[in-house]
Design a binder for this molecule. Structure first.
Ligand code: SER
Length: 321
């Protein structure tokens, strides 16, 4: 990777990946794009930013061509809960965006990354230690677009030799930019509420385990996979990766070690609960560890410590606490 175009750059992953790659590759070598306008909160406003609707093929191609990029990182997509509210729109955005991005990668011979998700699995998959290669059968529209996306990325690799790579991300936890419209978002909200109000109303029920990861490990994973030796990759689209698996009561206990008076109640949202129950409890990421040395650093307690410290600094700077 020498010059990278990132779509969805103002999102939870994008905003942190842009900063990291600008450090690694140089400010002018990362073209950040998003359908939203750049605002004052965007942390890397000193580099190139372009407004881009990924369903507009010609504008997308022109931007990639004019900037002579050698890598496309396609992050623009709707997440699970939002997609369930408007499945047709989710299909149109997630699939047209991905197809355009792959066509451009083929045309300009760039490397390619687009994330998949634990949502690619459905209730037919073995729920614990879910294997890398197994029955998927997702029951959400988001999951359907992720499985279709994985297949499409493999197709472009086999048929057109596009160097496409991907990971199935678990829930991602971070303090810089909040996630929007996901089922795993509770595991971010809970830290905000612990600091802002000392209590949390959890929309996911107790006992519901899902895979999770701290953002630093997620960003490292993207960079590591993109730099991995192609000859070692047996899989491509898409690798299971995880750093921890927990249920709401476990993250609550982890926060209580630092905020002993923290309180939590359950007010289950049936839509997101159903989505969560259709996903694995914990996935097997041994292929990623073997084929490109995936090795996350943060577990639940070290993540909680870091999240509370960093988020407290941020909320204080914003005058919220
Ligand atoms: N975090 C995502 C979601 O909840 C999973 O990919 O939708």
């Amino acid at each position: 990777m020498k010059k990278v175009l990132i779509t969805g750059a103002l999102g939870q992953i994008g905003s942190e990946l842009v900063s990291r790659l600008r450090k690694d590759l140089g400010i002018d070598n990362v073209i950040a794009t998003d359908i939203r306008k750049l605002d004052d909160n965007f942390i890397c406003d000193e580099g190139i930013f372009e407004k881009l609707d990924v369903t507009d093929y010609n504008s997308f191609l022109k931007l990639a061509k004019d900037n002579k990029v050698d890598t496309i990182v396609h992050l623009a997509a709707l997440l699970s809960a939002t997609a369930e509210k408007n499945p047709k729109f989710a299909w149109d955005l997630n699939m047209t965006g991905l197809m355009n991005a792959l066509e451009i990668a083929k045309e300009l011979k760039t490397k390619f990354f687009a994330p998949s998700s634990i949502a690619a699995y459905g209730p037919d998959a073995q729920p614990d230690n879910t294997p890398q290669d197994t029955v998927m059968n997702p029951t959400t529209m988001y999951g359907v677009t992720k499985v279709a996306g994985e297949l499409l990325e493999n197709y472009y690799n086999r048929k057109y030799n596009v160097d496409s790579r991907s990971v199935r991300f678990p829930g991602l936890i971070s303090y810089k930019v909040e996630p929007g419209g996901g089922t795993t978002d509770y595991a971010v909200d809970i830290y905000y509420q612990a600091l802002l109000t000392g209590k949390y109303e959890c929309y996911i029920d107790k006992g519901t385990k899902m895979d999770m990861m701290y953002m630093d490990d997620a960003i490292d994973a993207i960079v590591k996979l993109m730099n991995a030796d192609e000859k070692r990759l047996v899989h491509r689209n898409s690798f299971n990766i995880t750093a921890m698996s927990f249920a709401p009561e476990e993250i609550f206990e982890s926060i209580k070690k630092y905020i002993p008076n923290f309180k939590m109640e359950y007010k289950v949202d049936p839509v997101r609960q159903k989505i969560a129950e259709s996903w694995p409890n914990s996935i097997d990421d041994s292929c990623a560890r073997k084929e490109w040395d995936f090795n996350p650093k943060f577990d639940l307690d070290s993540m909680t410590k870091e999240m509370l410290e960093k988020l407290e600094q941020k909320l204080k700077a914003e005058g919220k606490i």
